[in-house]
Design a binder for this molecule. Structure first.
Ligand code: 2RA
Length: 333
């Protein structure tokens, strides 16, 4: 298959390339694309070097699947053009996620939705993906009523520059440099920032609304209630989430363990064991740890959910959607 990647030089684009290689995706022609800023660079795929082309009207001719991770503006501009050239676009940005004509897909949760696509399929937000991979098996049995999520999101969620900023802010503070406590943005080194995306007039951030709105769309569960606080933490790679999930039916730990043990893409830790982001980096799985009855709510479980935000939270989920398209060729039309 002729596969294009728009955003090929970014962190997620690079992870998409690695994931296509790791999963031996049937690529017959590889077309790395980027904005003018990054065009001309060289990327490697399956041992060969490819010059990154600048995205334009003409580069999508004959492309069958285009993986996008170049930001919402680029997706809004180039996805319709790619589709008009016959490609199916799998978009990792927020541009199309809530468009009623665009399916929002987590392959372990709602794979059937890919057949609704009209040329574009949206990849959900990383924090949403890992939460629903863990919650969907329980939802299908006990019917999710409400969940709260406090996230601890790594800096790689905002790209390469953020990784450099983390290193710089840590080394600056270690050298004894001080910072202005009331000058924003505050350093992320030795700090946590409860602010991801713009905060609106209700005091809720963009990232927090994504958890509610995307979860309702993916689960087709529009009465679902969600509370969410998203926090940036000084971690390079891997998001963690402290989740409390309340169900309509009485849930038992034994059944929850059994369901999660059988769930695709999930590793559930026994007893009070847990995984940390450092351990989950570059893994394909969503790790569920410290699974327990919630201290305060009836019919509720608490859990610690960790996954690699660049892998399952972005690149792997997108490539798995591409695999669904290939396995169900009818959906490629
Ligand atoms: C973040 N979820 O972590 C957002 C976008 N990847 O910054």
């Amino acid at each position: 298959m002729r596969i294009a990647i728009l955003g090929a030089t970014g962190l997620v684009g690079q992870e998409m390339i690695k994931t296509l290689e790791d999963r031996n995706f049937p690529v017959t022609e590889f077309i790395p694309l980027a904005s003018s800023k990054s065009a001309g660079r060289v990327v490697e795929f399956r041992g060969s070097q490819f010059e990154v082309k600048e995205v334009s009207q003409d580069v999508f001719e004959g492309v069958e699947i285009a993986l996008f991770s170049a930001g919402a503006d680029a997706s809004k501009k180039w996805a319709p053009i790619a589709v008009s050239n016959g490609a199916v676009v799998i978009d990792n940005s927020s541009a199309w996620r809530m468009d009623p004509e665009v399916p929002l897909v987590v392959p372990e949760v709602n794979p059937q939705d890919i057949r609704q696509h009209r040329g574009i399929i949206a990849n959900p937000n990383c924090a949403t993906i890992q939460a629903l991979v863990a919650l969907a098996p329980l939802h299908r049995r006990f019917r999710l009523e409400y969940f709260s999520a406090v996230t601890f999101q790594s800096v790689s969620g905002t790209g390469k520059e953020a990784l450099a900023e983390l290193d710089d802010s840590i080394s600056s503070i270690l050298k004894g440099n001080t910072f202005e406590p009331h000058v924003y943005p505050l350093p992320i080194g030795f700090n946590v920032l409860p602010h991801i995306g713009d905060i609106d007039e209700t005091g809720v951030s963009e990232e927090e609304w994504k958890m509610l709105n995307e979860s309702r769309k993916i689960l087709h569960h529009h009465r679902l209630q969600v509370s969410c606080t998203t926090v940036r933490v000084p971690v390079r790679r891997g998001h963690s989430e402290a989740i409390v999930a309340q169900f309509e039916d009485q849930v038992t730990l034994e059944e929850a363990y059994a369901l999660l043990s059988d769930a695709s893409g999930v590793v559930v830790m026994s007893e009070n064991k847990y995984i940390t982001p450092l351990q989950a980096a570059e893994s394909d799985f969503v790790y569920v740890g410290r699974l327990r009855y919630d201290m305060g709510l009836p019919r509720a479980l608490s859990m610690w959910v960790v996954s690699d935000n660049l892998r399952k939270g972005a690149a792997l989920n997108a490539v798995q959607i591409a695999e669904l398209l290939v396995s169900d060729l009818g959906a490629l039309k």
